[in-house]
Design a protein around this ligand. Structure first.
Ligand SMILES: [Zn+2]
Length: 272
């Protein structure tokens, strides 16, 4: 049997390995088949439940986390953020029936509770506040990025734990890159309005939204990074790695590259 592939890590968070566990799953070493092969962690995509649970156990096992201490949310491309504590442990891990509904961002300051969200091209945004020992994880596709779910997660951490953006570390996980992410004119216009009002240098602006062969392209990595900086996180404290899920479909699930018939990888963060 193939073992679970080493999961993907982000260097700004790896510096705090004595305080937090984090990782993003990759496709190898699971039991799912067909378009889900092989470590599909999404329960909502039509794969067999028993296989997904086995895959989740394998991935959490590799990270040294118990699935029963993990929390999942519904992820509806919205901007609701929820505080998570002991009573939420296990929600959404074995069934969708007890999942935290209508939520795209989770925060906690409790130790040994893992936040786990699922992705196929959308952007995982991790936030760690080392001063107050608090974490946040959010799901930002184009709608969530437009709604600034990353900043809303940060503000929820401020309200709940006194988090200051200037203390925070942020990491943006693998997501579809500007190289592969064509968007329609209407969506491009919405992003153009937001980033024009931020008065970014033109070089920074052109990394977020640009035209290639007559089509608009959007970088969710660059967009979320700019929004986090605007919110007060220092650019040195934001991850610099940028991995495109669509270019790396052997390693990650890509909704765009696989035309919607695919599984989900997971992003996890947990305070030790
Ligand atoms: Zn790409």
């Amino acid at each position: 049997m193939k073992t679970v592939r080493p999961f993907y890590k982000l260097s700004v968070l790896s510096r705090y390995e004595n305080k937090i566990i984090h990782g993003i799953s990759q496709r190898g070493g699971g039991v799912s088949e067909g378009c889900y092969q092989s470590l599909n962690l999404g329960l909502h995509v039509g794969d067999e439940t028993a296989r997904v649970i086995e895959n989740r156990k394998r991935f959490c096992g590799e990270l040294g986390i118990k699935l029963s201490r993990t929390v999942c949310c519904e992820q509806v491309h919205g901007t609701n953020v929820r505080i998570v504590d002991e009573k939420d442990m296990g929600r959404g891990t074995l069934t969708l029936e007890d999942i935290i509904e209508n939520t795209d961002g989770l925060i906690t300051n409790k130790k040994n509770i893992a936040l786990m969200l699922f992705f196929a091209d959308c952007t995982p945004v991790f936030i760690y506040d080392p001063r107050n020992d608090a974490i946040g994880l959010s799901h930002a596709g184009w709608r969530g990025t437009l709604g600034n779910i990353a900043a809303k997660t940060l503000r929820a951490m401020h309200d709940a734990y006194g988090t200051k953006p200037s203390d925070c570390i942020a990491a943006i996980g693998p997501c579809i890159g500007g190289c592969c992410y064509e968007i329609g004119d209407e969506v491009a216009e919405k992003f153009n309005d937001i980033f024009t009002s931020m008065h970014l240098p033109s070089t920074a602006f052109s990394r977020i939204l640009f035209r290639d062969e007559g089509k608009y392209h959007l970088s969710l990595y660059e967009a979320n990074s700019a929004l986090l900086v605007q919110e007060g996180i220092s650019s040195e404290n934001i991850s610099s790695e940028h991995c495109c899920t669509s270019c790396n479909v052997d390693e990650f699930y890509s909704y765009r590259a696989e035309k919607g018939k695919t599984g989900r990888h997971a992003a996890v963060i947990c305070l030790k």
